[in-house]
Structures are given as C-alpha cells and as structure tokens.
Design a protein around this ligand. Structure first.
Ligand SMILES: Nc1ncnc2c1ncn2[C@@H]1O[C@H](COP(=O)(O)OP(=O)(O)OP(=O)(O)O)[C@@H](O)[C@H]1O
Length: 357
C-alpha cells in the first residue's frame, strides 16, 4: 500500500475571534475560538486523488489552509511526511506541499512561462535564478498540463480555464509530493471541468502525487475520486461540522453523502449518483423500452409529474420502439386509444392534452 504523506490527529480547525473590550475583561481572554470542525483524523496517501466535498460554509477552505500550514490549527496535529507542520519552515513546507487557491492572483505583467517558473521558488536563491534542472522541471510542468501553445502569452489574456491550468502547472513546477487545490473547477464550463479533473487524476495515478481538491462538483467527484472527505453542515446551534472519509461508492450506498446535502425539494438518486429536483407524482405510467431513449423518456415523464414504473402490463403506458434514426413512441391511454409519436416532445404534448381533457 502507498505511503501516508499527510496525516491529521484530532485536528480542530477554525478561527480566533477578537472579543469586544468589555467581554474580554469579563472572560479574562481577548480572543475566543470559533470552531468550524473538530476531531478530524485524516490520512492522505501517495497516488490518491481526494475530493473534499461539503455544503457552503462547512469549512473546506479552512481545512485546506490549515492542512497547508497557512492557517494555525485550533487544536490537534497536522503531520507532513511524519513531521509536525507547525514546526517546519515555510520553505520546508513549500518543498513538500503546494497549494492552489481559487482567488485570482495578481500576476502583474507576467507571461505563462514566468508564472509557472515562480513555482521553483523553494529551490532557487533569493534572485530566483533558474538552473538547467529548474528549467527542465518548468518545461515538464508546461507539457504535462497541455499549456505549451500559450506559454508565451500574458496571464491577463487567458480564459478562466486556461488560467486554472497555468496555476496547476505552477504547482507541478513546485514539484511537491502533495498538491492541494481549493475549487479548481469553479467558473469553468463542463468540458474544462472534466479536463482539469482528468489532469489531476492523471497526476495522482501516473506521477504518484497525492492530490486533494475541494469541489462542489458532486458527480465528477464521484467518478474521479479515490476517496472523498465529506464535511457535514455545522449545526444550527453552532455545533462544529463532522467529517467522514470513505470511498465514493461506500458513501453513496450507506446514505452519508445524501445526508450531508439533504434539503427539502430535491432528492439523491443512488443509481445515477446525482441530486434531482423532487417532483411530487400525480399519476403512475408504465414505460416499456430500454437504453438511452428509455432513460430520457423517464426523465421527461418524471419532470411532468408522472411516477414511472416499468410495465408492459400497465394499461396506461408508453412503449419505445426502434433506436436512433427510427425511434418512435407509442402512447396507450388505457381507454382504448393508441397514438404514435415521433419524438419526446410530441409524446409530452399528447399526454398533456389527455390531462386537459
Ligand atoms: N476569517 C474568518 N474569520 C472568522 N470566521 C471565518 C473566516 N473565514 C471563514 N469563516 C467562517 O468559517 C466557516 C467555514 O468557512 P469556509 O470558507 O472554510 O467554508 P467552505 O466550506 O469553504 O465554504 P464555501 O463552499 O462556501 O466556499 C464559515 O462559517 C465562515 O463564515
């Protein structure tokens, strides 16, 4: 089994809040702790992609910053390759762990190559002069993130997706065994989200990096993550969030993923691994057919308020025939009427006419 690179013991994360002077005099302390999450005992192994999920405000960014040593823990320990991170110098930490934050960094007039090269700062002198080895690492980071074609462009001229890949390349140039990214797919369109996720997965699998990324992309995380760290919502009385860690499939099957995001009005579909808007069914209809046509017909029927059961025996039903160019839907109204429809749209029209009749 791959070695553990990062480990926490009974970690407590959060903030020290300054008390008003009058309260400080009463309590005898100027600061009070606002605990965001506690009792966190996590392990991160080499070669694994971990997705950190949780509702807004559950503490994902706070955890990232604490694990990377840029924010102090309120209690407990973070160990990086066996050493307590709070006892390591910033330079030592920077050789072991790189952190990519969502915020747009002020890059001045830098071009892509120069920004990626900044990733070498833990290894260069204060002048930042790059050795041949440094240049080779920078070129490799640029190649493996697929950004060579715009390596000489200014950062300010890039799209959000391109800029995100540059920030990942910079982390790669830092050449650390652990890479952490806070919402690297935020603001990206679907193809770019998939591309960034695949890139991170490849870094874990092929280059043996341990990658932790926070995200709200539940379905992508379920497909790509080796492990999920799932932060629950903090209690309404201010009780800190709880966290669970497990394989994505385990968390779906035992209902913990669903529990963490539970809200009125939508429900988690364990088969597709996605949340769906809850439609209160008004009527039951049978569906006969399979494949993609049946899946999307079911979705359209559910959206229109039908409870869909599989059933050639149902008197009121839809039957799908043919595939691709020769698809056809037959709608049997249960009262002797049968109607052929050439697409889902005309099927739904026919069903709505029946409802209105
Ligand atoms: N500087 C701060 N001082 C005090 N409390 C803070 C500070 N920054 C964040 N918080 C609080 O800590 C909690 C966790 O915030 P955090 O940003 O870590 O959540 P998150 O899971 O990353 O949220 P999101 O998904 O919305 O980005 C929130 O209640 C937030 O209000």
């Amino acid at each position: 089994m791959n070695s553990v690179l990062l480990q926490t013991r009974d970690l407590e994360i959060g903030y020290k809040i300054r008390r008003p002077a009058s309260a400080a005099a009463t309590h005898g302390h100027r600061y009070m702790a606002r605990v965001v999450a506690g009792h966190l005992s996590l392990s991160l192994r080499q070669g694994e992609l971990v997705c950190l999920l949780g509702p807004n405000g559950s503490g994902k960014s706070t955890l990232m910053r604490t694990l990377a040593g840029v924010q102090k823990a309120l209690g407990g320990q973070v160990r990086l390759e066996g050493r307590e991170i709070s006892r390591m110098s910033p330079r030592e930490v920077a050789r072991k762990l790189s952190l990519v934050l969502t915020d747009r960094v002020a890059t001045g007039n830098l071009n892509v190559y120069a920004l990626v090269a900044l990733g070498r700062y833990p290894y260069t002198g204060w002048m930042g002069r790059l050795s041949e080895k440094d240049e080779a690492v920078v070129r490799h980071a640029i190649e493996s993130t697929g950004i060579r074609r715009f390596a000489l462009r200014h950062i300010s001229d890039l799209s959000d997706g391109e800029r995100q890949k540059v920030m990942i390349a910079r982390a790669l140039a830092q050449d650390t065994p652990v890479i952490m990214l806070d919402e690297p797919t935020a603001h990206l369109d679907l193809p770019n989200r998939i591309e960034v996720m695949s890139l991170l997965k490849e870094l874990a699998r092929k280059q043996g990096k341990a990658v932790v990324m926070s995200t709200h992309e539940l379905d992508l995380a379920l497909q790509a993550a080796d492990r999920i760290w799932l932060m629950g919502a903090p209690g309404s009385d201010g009780t800190p969030a709880e966290m669970v860690s497990g394989m994505p499939e385990e968390l779906v099957l035992d209902g913990r993923l669903e529990g963490a995001f539970k809200r009125n009005g939508f429900e988690f579909d364990r088969h597709s691994g996605s949340f769906r808007i809850h439609h209160e069914p008004e009527e039951t209809i049978g569906l006969v057919g399979d494949g993609a046509e049946a899946y999307w017909t079911r979705r359209a029927l559910e959206r229109k308020g039908f409870r869909v059961v599989s059933g050639p025996d149902m008197p009121f039903r839809v039957e799908i025939r043919g595939r691709e160019d020769e698809r056809a839907w037959t709608y049997v109204d249960g009262k002797g009427g049968v109607q052929d429809c050439c697409d889902i749209c005309s099927l739904i029209d026919a069903l709505e006419q029946r409802r209105g009749a």
